[in-house]
Design a binder for this molecule. Structure first.
Ligand SMILES: *Cc1c(COP(=O)(O)O)cnc(C)c1O
Length: 462
């Protein structure tokens, strides 16, 4: 299986190299050269299997000969062993034909653990075999960073640096990054917002001399291996609800478009997904793009669902690549326009392709709080604000097809917003009850490429 860049101007890579590289050298994102299909029978045979077994069957066609079957199965088993729920991704009924997929039972209480725990295992195995090391740098709006630090802390062949926007992540999110004690894990508090962090990360990847010197690797949601790991729970949920004999739709709280793009891949593989509903908070570039065909940057307005406070949605480029008929030059051109003019118009053909699969909605701050408040008495669920955005938007898409809303984080990760809406302060699970007693360790760094590179090189070559 080969991987190609969405901008059509970087070398094709194997799964292993695409995973270890992250961003392509032409600024694009790696996608599989073709999407493997699972048959009706393959999907029917998943009924009743464990999460790990489904994970193996869904991901196996994408990894080529990177790992043997036995090794791959063992890495999957290790990745999910630390989850706090036997089902890994349990499904709960909220309303008639409306289900919640709980993706917050991993070690850092957000869905990011599904991908990060797995790629921690995959990186370690691949690097040990090569006798190589890498420097992982990530940008986070909160949850990616804690999941990455948790997955890579203490690994021999990896240094991990996470940039987060200073003062813009929740206390729980920050502490999950700053209380990691292993010497190879570094939390960097950047003076700026998440888009600044993400822009500096892209700058580092485009600074080839630095990139090669520190052996830079990326684990942001631009990393294909992360998208792949997330494809699995679309299968496990749909099969539990009767796929392939019955169609299912999903409503996905969205920021960087990684999680929902995984749903698109599941659909392309043959899972009968009717619609994928993009649910945004007030930072609604994707919803506006779906409604108006104009993809236009606006400033980020901080919200109570901070992991979705994003204006440039990186993985949307992958959806555009397919919508533009896999024309890398067309994608490179609209991305250039976005860079220079802050906006581009999605072509009519591409828009039609997108609307075949995706639809969208948004939740304001008031609507999000109201949904958190209402969900407890009416649905018996204490929702995190991100999940509440999804459940709010889902209300406009209920019908005869079962709809699954993704619950992307545990409410205890965002206790202030949940308490403000319900009067109830959600408690952390017992395994992390002492989080607020642990000592914090972080470095403040300006939103400046040279300063960041100096900090990273200072640690890597210390
Ligand atoms: C990352 C995150 C999202 C957004 O996911 P994307 O893949 O960036 O669209 C939503 N909710 C929570 C809790 C998250 O951590």
């Amino acid at each position: 299986m080969r991987y190609v860049s969405t901008r059509g101007n970087a070398p094709d890579l194997s799964f292993e190299d695409a995973m270890l590289t992250g961003l392509a050298r032409d600024g694009g994102l790696y996608v599989p050269a073709e999407i493997p299909a699972l048959s009706h029978g393959d999907i029917a045979a998943m009924a009743g299997l464990s999460y790990e077994e489904i994970a193996f069957r869904v991901m196996r066609p994408f990894i080529g000969d990177t790992f043997s079957d036995a090794d791959f199965a063992e890495l999957i088993a290790k990745a999910y062993a630390g989850f706090g729920h036997a089902a890994r991704a349990p499904l709960k009924q909220l309303q008639s034909n409306h289900f919640l997929l709980e993706l917050f039972h991993g070690p850092t209480l957000a869905f990011k653990d599904f991908a990060m725990q797995l790629i921690g295992q995959l990186f370690q195995a691949a690097l040990a075999r090569r006798g190589d090391r890498v420097t992982i740098v990530g940008a986070t709006s909160g949850d990616t960073g804690s999941a990455a630090m948790e997955a890579f802390r203490g690994l021999d062949n990896v240094d991990v640096f996470i940039m987060f926007p200073h003062g813009r992540v929740s206390d729980v999110q920050r502490r999950q990054m700053t209380t990691v004690t292993e010497a190879n894990a570094h939390a960097l508090a950047i003076t700026g917002d998440f888009d600044d962090c993400q822009a500096r990360l892209k700058d580092m990847f485009n600074h080839f001399e630095f990139r090669d010197r520190v052996k830079l690797a990326g684990v942001n949601s631009i990393n294909w291996a992360r998208v792949l790991a997330q494809v699995v729970y679309y299968f496990s949920a749909a099969v539990a609800l009767g796929a392939p004999h019955r169609s299912v739709s999903f409503c996905v709280p969205t920021g960087n478009f990684g999680d929902i793009f995984a749903g698109y891949i599941a659909k392309r593989m043959g899972l009968p997904i009717e619609k994928l509903v993009i649910a945004t908070n007030q930072n609604d570039i994707l919803h506006r793009a779906m409604v108006t065909s104009a993809y236009t940057k606006e400033g980020v307005t901080p919200s109570i669902s901070p992991s979705m406070d994003i204006q440039v949605s990186s993985n949307f480029e992958r959806a555009l690549f397919d919508a533009y008929g896999r024309d890398g030059r067309a994608v490179a051109q609209v991305m250039d326009e976005l860079q220079t003019a802050g906006s581009f118009q999605i072509s009519q053909g591409a828009m039609e392709a997108l609307r075949e699969t995706f639809t969208s909605g948004r939740a304001s701050e008031d609507e999000t709080s109201a949904m958190i408040k209402r969900a407890l008495p009416e649905m018996g669920e204490l929702l995190c604000p991100h999940s509440a955005v999804g459940v709010h938007v889902a209300q406009d898409h209920l019908g005869t097809t079962p709809l699954v809303t993704l619950a992307t984080a545990h409410p205890a990760k965002f206790p202030d917003a949940v308490e403000a809406a319900t009067g109830i302060r959600p408690a952390l699970p017992p395994r992390m009850a002492d989080l607020f007693e642990r000592e914090e360790r972080m470095q403040r760094v300006d939103n400046d490429l040279a300063a960041l590179e100096a900090v990273i090189e200072g640690s890597v070559f210390a």
